[in-house]
Design a protein around this ligand. Structure first.
Ligand SMILES: [Zn+2]
Length: 352
């Protein structure tokens, strides 16, 4: 065999193996096979070239060329095996060896938002006392959000509800629209459409134009309540709300009512419960006072009743409103209302 021929064989082998290393799919592998081992491939060309050699060299050259063919065929089979198992792993995510001792994969599932959960819980509590659950519009008329609730245009109490106006120009006009600042407008809507007796609660979103901090959000959920009938007294208000507090915060809870002002109730009250963390001894949750304020309430103002056409001599009732997130914060020891709507999955996952 000539020296040239031996050189040529080793160069062809080196180049072919290098190309084979770069083949990563069945298609690339097949292209390589045609180019190297195929009928018109490199090996065939080499074999044909042997006839040009002198007779003495032909035998050894032929043997060397056949050895090369066998080596390249073996390398081809190896690569084929490697690519097949790579493709199996890529398409199924598993190799053919299954490790039965590995723990199973956790299937993650969604769950109801903590606000939805507490709204359902509170709704159920009032449901057991005969209250119907209603829904209302979030875009509201000034008339329902303020005027019919005994809050006229320039009443100072309007400062309590910093408003997001939808049509600012009409603030002083005929038809002012805003995002409701509380769920109380539904008191009016329910009374205008129904005759007493009325027992409803209205969970829903409310909006305030104010800076956010640990206890304030510009959008939050309120739960409004209203009961109207003959001879409803403050004792009914107390009894209903104390029962609610016991259902949500535990059977031992005591309630405390103190005077507060809301233009659409008279008298108005703020309701607190004794701290469920320290049983009224004083702790971080209750700010060492032993009491936790949970909602505003009161007897529906006679002017409000008159406004919807009820006779205040005949009918009376009570109304209340609470922040759903605040109740959830107390229940779960959440220290910042902003957690509810930043959608951090690590926070939400705790309420499955
Ligand atoms: Zn406490």
């Amino acid at each position: 065999m000539t020296k040239n021929f031996a050189n040529r064989i080793s160069i062809i082998e080196a180049e072919a193996l290098e190309l084979l290393d770069k083949a990563h799919s069945e298609t690339e592998l097949e292209e390589w096979r045609i180019a190297v081992l195929g009928r018109r491939g490199q090996i065939t060309t080499v074999l044909r070239g042997i006839s040009d050699l002198d007779p003495d060299s032909r035998r050894t050259a032929g043997a060397a060329a056949n050895q090369l063919k066998i080596r390249l065929q073996a390398a081809f089979e190896d690569s084929k095996g490697r690519i097949n198992s790579d493709e199996t792993v890529a398409s199924t995510g598993t190799s053919d060896r299954i490790d039965v001792t590995l723990p199973g994969r956790k299937v993650s599932s969604g769950s109801l938002h903590p606000t939805t959960q507490i709204i359902r819980e509170i709704s159920n509590a009032f449901n057991t006392m005969g209250f119907q659950v209603l829904d209302g519009p979030e875009v509201e008329l000034d008339a329902y959000n303020f005027q019919k609730l005994n809050i006229p245009a320039h009443h100072p109490a309007r400062d309590m509800w910093n408003s997001l106006w939808i049509d600012r120009a009409s603030e002083s006009g005929e038809y002012p629209l805003l995002l409701r600042t509380h769920t109380s407008p539904m008191q009016i809507r329910v009374m205008e459409k129904n005759d007493p007796p009325i027992r409803v609660i209205v969970p829903g979103k409310a909006y305030r134009y104010e800076a956010t901090d640990a206890t304030h959000e510009w959008q939050f959920c309120q739960i409004e309540g209203l009961a109207i009938d003959r001879d409803i007294t403050f004792a009914d208000l107390k009894g209903t709300l104390e029962e609610f507090a016991r259902i949500i915060f535990g059977a031992k809870r005591k309630a405390r009512f103190r005077c507060d002002f809301f233009p659409f109730v008279e008298p108005g009250a703020e309701m607190s419960i004794d701290c469920f963390k320290c049983d009224g001894q004083g702790c971080r949750v209750c700010g060492n006072s032993g009491w936790i304020e949970i909602m505003g309430a009161g007897m529906v103002h006679p002017k409000v009743l008159e406004g919807v056409g009820y006779d205040p001599q005949l009918y009376s009732g009570f109304a209340f409103g609470m922040g759903a997130e605040r109740i959830a914060m107390l229940r779960h020891g959440i220290d910042d209302i902003r957690h509810f709507y930043t959608n951090d999955i690590r926070f939400l996952e705790q309420f499955k």
